[in-house]
Design a protein around this ligand. Sequence first.
Ligand SMILES: [Zn+2]
Ligand SMILES: [Zn+2]
Ligand SMILES: [Zn+2]
Length: 757
Amino acid sequence: MKRRIQINIAGRVQGVGFRPTVYRHATAAGLAGFVTNTPAGVLVEAEGEDAALAAFSALLKAQPPVQARVETFAVSDVPLRGDTAFVIAPSQGSGDLLIGIPPDLAMCSDCARDIRDTANRRHGYAFTNCTCCGPRYTIVRALPYDRAQTSMAAFTLCPACQQEYTSPADRRFDAQPNACAACGPALRLLDKQNMPVPDVADPLAAAVDLLRQGRVLALKSLGGYHLCCDATDAAAIRRLRERKHRPTKPFAVMFPSLEQIRAHCEVSPEEEAALADPSAPIVILRRRADSALPAEISPDTHDLGAFLPYTPLHLLLLDRTGPLIMTSGNQSEEPLAVDESELTQLLGTFADFALVHNRPIVRRCDDSVLKLSGGRRILIRRARGFVPGAIPLPMRGPPVLALGGDLKNVFALTRQQQAILSPHIGNLAEFASYSFLKTAVADLARLLQIKPEIVAHDLHPDYASTQFAKEFPAHTHIAVQHHHAHIVAGMVEHNLRGPVLGIALDGMGYGTDGTLWGGEVLLADLCTFHRVAHFKAARLPGGDEATRHPVRTAWSQLVAEFGDEAEAVAAEFLPALTEIERGTLRTMIQQGVRSPWTTSAGRLFDAVAALLGFQGEVTFEGEAAIHLQMLAATAPLPPYPFELVRQRDPWVISFGPTLRAIVQDLRAGTPPAAIAGRFHRTVAAALVETCAALRMRYARHEVVLTGGVMQNDFLLDLLHTGLQARGFKVHSHALVPPNDGGIALGQAAVALAKFFT
Ligand SMILES: [Zn+2]
Ligand SMILES: [Zn+2]
Ligand SMILES: [Zn+2]
């Protein structure tokens, strides 16, 4: 019997080749009807025989385009219309513009096959893509997402590409960046003076030779330049480290294949899925003990950041070179280089040669970084492959610009009930990052056609982002406390209205009392919060200097907790501090000179790391804390004592007894691994006890875990398990980073909540 059905499909279904796939399946089944994009997703109507319709919808369900992520697939019957052919109909309504611009998508397996196939006309072509894959966000100048509005506009399609572009049955139908060697972008090899290397017939082959010789290359990738070198060449890696002034911070490695990643790292099925996802992030994996890759890649950790080639250019290179170090082409903390003048700086300072092309990068976007632990995804950096994907907000309201924090800056724009987060901007203390923030805000607001009416910013009066917010013309400016923003970001992700118990373990954020908070338990809803408990405050002698030198923080803790005995302990366990330095610092601490109070969890981890041997200078954010996590034995040792002081509101969680026990253990010759493990368990136990006691008072049983310290998956797992065992419902981040890269989302939601009260 003949019928007509309607299928409404939602999820990541636009810009991924969905309509041509529907067209192919429908025409193969001999059905008539149409497929079209709507503001809600994809709409299909098909009519034909019962059996053909059933086969068609089963096939569509089973084999959607590889890059699609179908969230709903609703089939209903509609009256017959007597269509005679199947067509791709023009998109319905302008709808939500956002839907029209998906994130950049990693090369699909079909395109990978094309460029490796000697018989294919795209064999060896570095800019191959199709409707399922390729650049999007990084090439679009304006919406709607059409070729004329992308950086492909300058390339006129050749007849063969034009044919593909206009044929509904073709994999490249309506693929905006469609190109081939005859009509598309081309590669060039440049020398250190930014001049084309003469007599190079095949720039790719020449680049491969240079990499094999141990040279450092600047590579024009998707959202900016990478610096790359041979990941098996220790001398080349050392050279890159020296040039980047990056002594120990781990480098990421791009591997040619999943098999090669498996040869060097432990890979779980979840990690495998994350690596192969179209977002192609850097996934932090456990390095195998038998991996022969040089230790120089990640000297102080047993982790390795691995990812797969996500552009055809990467694949063509890696097929011939093997694993490559791929690191952002920039000065540390500065934005990724994308244009010619920035390339000149890379060539002068870091790279010997550059492999470039003539497809302009319209929008900067770093690689995303994540790790998986205990079945949870922890985003460390949310950028390529995720941006500009929208995150649903708990309420609809006027457009908000939320400026994030000064470290790991990410800003957010909202429209109606959605928040769009920017990619990673960087550390705003760097002038280049601050300028990037200014241009990126203007650019994203223009692209998404959002005119912010509310500006949300951090409470810190001296943050560059706060200054920028205050100068931004808008009706309303709303300051949001740093850790409240962290916690609300988590609430937004899990659709919680609160009040919840929010645990923010962080570096440092400005508190309502003017001190630097960072070990906080807040009873929070979307609009307000009450500080119910915090880590015991300690002096930070020299402020930022102490953040760079964990031994200073350790010394401050010893002075506070050990009294007269502090000198003897420091002489024994903080050899990096001389007696004279200790004297100066002690005076600063006791007189409160340039020694702000802080309850920071990050600094507490620093102090313990110093006592256990981390005596040097921190060369990247969180280095000492990472050192401590790497050291920690995961065996189930008992926690050390701690103290919960409940006389006053807020309660104080003191690790004084913990530090005394640690010093005792050190003196007894207990291995540092056991001490580090027990310290982690102590912090978790103290917070579990605190929450259990707070529940008696406030009757809240939902807990949100957030803050930069939650990147420590050992601690995060301990908190999840410990709190769950006590009957709490525990939430942590999966959509935004727990670090300051996630606070803009929380700021936006707080601003909307405050606006309506
Ligand atoms: Zn493709
Ligand atoms: Zn062509
Ligand atoms: Zn923070």
